[in-house]
Design a protein around this ligand. Structure first.
Ligand SMILES: Nc1ncnc2c1ncn2[C@@H]1O[C@H](COP(=O)(O)OP(=O)(O)O)[C@@H](O)[C@H]1O
Ligand SMILES: N[C@@H](CCOP(=O)(O)O)C(=O)O
Length: 306
């Protein structure tokens, strides 16, 4: 029996809209059970996620391999749904890997990623799920070309504030404007270049400041997630920078040392105006993995291939 394990992803990191993403240590797992007449999906994601062939993971697998034999699969996910932590991307990658395994398609990671991006549309939250760590990725739809670069994996702690409400990526993208002022484009462009340069130089002080300088998407999504400014403000009072809207929200992520994240966590937890939960997370350096549970040994583990 095989088990697929896929990490969560937090994308954008402020000005890296639709380009930058980082894998975090929350996971979705899919255990592949016996062959069945119809797809049977057991999961812990609540009653709105289908338990048959309508399940997104199965639908994705069937879109990659339409002749796939139905199986009994057991899904367990710690990645909250529609919160901006890449639950749909993790399900998408899991679905492609499921098809790859059952039909022995021998898809490479690059092929898995390309298929995922062609379905998902933006590469920033699928590339880290395939390769792990911090990734910068760009996709040219017309010629189906994908460019992907792995940055040095930072050893940060992350504090995630996860609101008790969902925000679908579609709704959050609908809040974005058709155009933005030219100077706001320049400011965001400068911030994203500075962010990448600082990440390479491991100048995290500068990198964290740059994460708060986006003018492309956050200003338009703030109305949907007022907690972004509130958490930034609280973090600044204790000298913490590096807070941004995770993916399309509503989760808010801040980076720093464990000590600082614990301090910020207790301030947020004490504040009764926040309706949500906090989690301290770490960066996951590896992408998805597949284990043969009968052998209880990794037979196929994806390392940094970039
Ligand atoms: N474990 C899962 N199994 C099946 N479908 C899932 C799972 N997790 C997420 N999804 C699908 O992804 C949708 C949420 O996607 P999206 O709005 O992009 O939010 P997120 O930011 O969490 O990716 C869900 O409504 C569901 O259709
Ligand atoms: N770059 C996208 C990322 C969406 O990520 P998700 O985890 O919210 O699905 C965006 O900002 O819309």
């Amino acid at each position: 029996m095989y088990k697929i394990k896929v990490p969560a992803c937090s994308s954008n990191l402020g000005p890296g809209f639709d380009t930058l993403g980082i894998a975090l240590n929350l996971y979705l797992t899919v255990e592949i059970g016996e062959e069945t007449d119809e797809w049977i999906v057991e999961h812990n994601n609540g009653r709105y996620i289908p338990t048959d062939h309508h399940n997104y993971i199965v639908k994705t697998a069937l879109s990659v391999a339409p002749d796939l034999t139905p199986h009994h699969i057991i899904i367990h996910s710690d990645i909250p749904v529609a919160r901006g932590l890449g639950s749909s991307s993790s399900a998408l990658v899991a679905g492609i890997v499921l098809a790859n395994l059952i039909n022995k398609m021998e898809l490479s990671n690059e092929e898995i990623l390309k298929k995922a991006v062609a379905i998902e549309g933006h590469p920033d939250n699928v590339a880290p799920i395939v390769y792990g760590g911090l990734i910068s990725a760009m996709y040219f739809h017309k010629r189906e070309e994908l460019i992907c670069e792995k940055l040095p994996t930072p050893i940060w702690n992350a504090l995630a504030f996860i609101p008790n409400r969902k925000l679908s990526t579609k709704v959050s993208r609908n809040a974005l404007p058709e155009q933005i002022p030219f100077w706001n484009g320049i400011r965001t462009n400068s911030a994203s270049i500075m962010l990448i340069t600082a990440l390479y130089n491991r100048d995290y002080r500068t990198a964290f400041r740059m994460m708060e300088m986006d003018l492309l998407h956050e200003p338009f999504r703030k109305e949907l997630v007022p907690e972004l400014d509130q958490i930034r403000k609280i973090a600044h009072t204790i000298g913490i920078h590096g807070t941004y809207l995770s993916g399309s929200g509503p989760t808010i992520v801040t980076y720093g040392t464990r000590e600082k994240m614990t301090k910020l966590q207790s301030l947020i937890n004490q504040d009764e105006s926040f309706n949500g939960s906090t989690r301290i997370l770490q960066v996951e350096p590896n992408g998805y993995s597949v284990t043969d549970t009968e052998e209880d040994d990794d037979f196929y583990f994806i390392k940094d291939l970039l």
